[in-house]
Write a new protein. Structure first.
Length: 325
């Protein structure tokens, strides 16, 4: 479904904890943005109200008169052609939910829905870090881990439209149970949620943990430790925080080795809020790929940070319309 001749698209990125909406122009520039908290654990209607609040915040901008369509992205499994969210662990309020139709009915604009990592991959392949590369593998490190792949500006969807859920690839069959139901998914080792959980576990185990800067930054409450606190503590020289991040990087290297051996993309683009943190350890991951990737061309596969950072999915949601996908 193509948009009208109007030259702006409204992109919407719905996550487990936030909804971001923004006006995006044809060059991929985000002109204005609105963010609100997502209400994911209550009713479907309550979740929709949060989405409408974020969109309304952008639609009040005078430039919104030039919006020709709405692109929406969510984590989890999506019926791309039917505009439905099938299932997302971080959005339990919706199951087999006609999200695109609900939004289109309210704003009277053509609306497309995609997986958030697929959308982000499209943004980075179109305007971002992978724009000069034929095949782009994108990984979003945030609350969870999402992946997508774009070849020749086409999102790779798989036979039924739900491929490239790379965050739920098992790297340890004895590992912790993931919310998806499997054991040892990479999401349980290197997502922002996992980094925070592992840090809290280590603080509870280590006798010298009382000296950790993580506890001080969390106001003395181990339960309040987040991945952001782990990052700040590591930057301040905290050894335990460094250890947690190094191990997350090591698990990512194992997983990325598998990705390279299976897909051999031209470039791997790392985005998401936690992606910025883990790219500080890109050299460590690169070194360990000598052990975890057997492809003799693995050194040719660049690993770079996303141009859009945590906003790749928002830009990519708009790209769904701009490219007429």
């Amino acid at each position: 479904m193509r948009t009208s001749k109007k030259d702006l698209i409204l992109g919407v990125d719905i996550g487990g904890t936030k909804v971001a909406a923004g006006l995006v122009d044809m060059s991929g520039k985000i002109l204005v943005e609105s963010r609100v908290a997502m209400v994911a654990h209550e009713s479907a209607d309550r979740g929709m109200r949060a989405v409408f609040e974020a969109i309304d915040g952008v639609m009040r901008d005078p430039r919104a008169k030039s919006v020709g369509g709405i692109g929406v992205c969510v984590p989890g499994w999506v019926d791309f052609h039917g505009g439905k969210l099938i299932k997302a662990a971080n959005l339990p309020c919706w199951r087999n939910f006609p999200l695109a139709r609900k939004i289109a009915a309210r704003y009277k604009l053509p609306t497309l829905l995609a997986n958030d990592a697929d959308a982000a991959a499209l943004a980075e392949a179109t305007w971002g870090a992978g724009s000069k590369t034929k095949s782009v593998f994108y990984v979003s490190l945030g609350t969870g881990i999402g992946t997508g792949m774009v070849i020749d500006h086409q999102i790779q969807l798989g036979h039924g439209g739900s491929a490239f859920e790379g965050g739920h690839m098992t790297i340890n069959f004895d590992g912790p149970v993931c919310p998806c139901g499997k054991r040892g998914c990479i999401e349980m080792y290197a997502s922002g949620t996992a980094i925070a959980r592992i840090a809290r576990e280590r603080l509870g185990e280590v006798s010298a943990a009382s000296d950790s800067k993580m506890i001080a930054l969390a106001g003395g409450d181990i339960a309040a430790v987040t991945s952001e606190i782990v990052s700040k503590a590591a930057a301040a020289g905290d050894a335990l925080a460094d250890e947690v991040l190094w191990k997350a990087a090591d698990h990512l290297a194992i997983w990325l080795g598998n990705i390279i051996d299976l897909l051999e993309p031209g470039i791997i683009v790392v985005g998401g809020g936690t992606g910025r943190l883990m790219m500080r350890h890109a050299r460590r991951m690169r070194e360990r790929l000598d052990q975890w990737a057997v492809n003799p061309r693995q050194k040719k596969v660049r690993i770079v940070g996303a141009r859009y950072g945590a906003e790749s999915a928002l830009a990519g949601a708009a790209a769904l319309h701009i490219l007429g996908k």
